[in-house]
Design a protein around this ligand. Structure first.
Ligand SMILES: [Zn+2]
Length: 215
């Protein structure tokens, strides 16, 4: 059973996508590359040129990200928007997903989705927002990655997982110390589905939305 962890900050875990971000490139392991809104500066376009080249040529780059919007931390919104648009465009061009970081900015994200002509598949990571907001996102190619919040019964994450279409679901450990198996266990209890079934579903979901496959 391969319980894929689609977003982790811990390097060297099996079946996981390591969040390499904007920093170093790790050889031979699946990674996501991108510029987090917190790391944006006036010089972001130069960094992004390198990321574009690497993502284009290296098949281990499975996703672009984390990229997105943050009203609590990071530079002015116009800069965040420009960087997000550029990164979304590149993910769409490579036909790989973008991993979204979105804090107090769902209006900006919706604005993007409504105006985008060719958005990539976007995975909102660490989903713990109200189910009403999730429902607004369903008309768009938006997917949901659930992490540690699933361990709290009654959390928004647990509520939405129970209602979310199963083909939109992913799991992650993010920056926690948890094992990915404990997230699958929690999800299995919520959905009343065996963990092995969830593991297969996540792989199928990924392979449906990405040109770069996992197994
Ligand atoms: Zn993260």
């Amino acid at each position: 059973m391969h319980c894929w962890d689609i977003h982790t900050h811990r390097e060297g875990q099996p079946d996981s996508i390591f969040q390499a971000g904007n920093s170093k490139m790790v050889e031979g392991i699946p990674v996501s590359l991108g510029i987090h809104p917190w790391e944006l500066d006036f010089n972001w376009e130069t960094h992004f040129e390198k990321i574009k080249r690497e993502a284009d040529q290296n098949p281990c780059v499975l996703a672009i990200g984390e990229a997105g919007f943050d009203r609590l931390k990071g530079p002015e919104i116009s800069l965040q928007k420009a960087a997000f648009h550029a990164q979304a465009c590149w993910a769409a061009r490579l036909e790989i997903p973008l991993i979204l970081h979105c804090v107090k900015s769902h209006d900006l994200f919706l604005e993007y989705l409504k105006s985008a002509k060719n958005p990539p598949c976007i995975i909102w990571h660490g989903w713990n927002q109200k189910p009403e907001l999730a429902a607004q996102l369903l008309p768009f190619p938006v997917f949901f990655s659930f992490g540690r919040q699933l361990l709290h019964p009654g959390s928004n994450a647990a509520k939405w997982l129970a209602a979310c279409p199963i083909d939109r679901v992913f799991f992650e450990t993010d920056d926690s110390e948890l094992k990915i198996e404990s997230i699958y266990q929690a999800a299995s209890l919520i959905l009343q589905l065996p963990e092995a079934r969830l593991a297969e579903q996540v792989i199928a979901n990924w392979n449906t939305i990405s040109k770069r496959k996992i197994s």
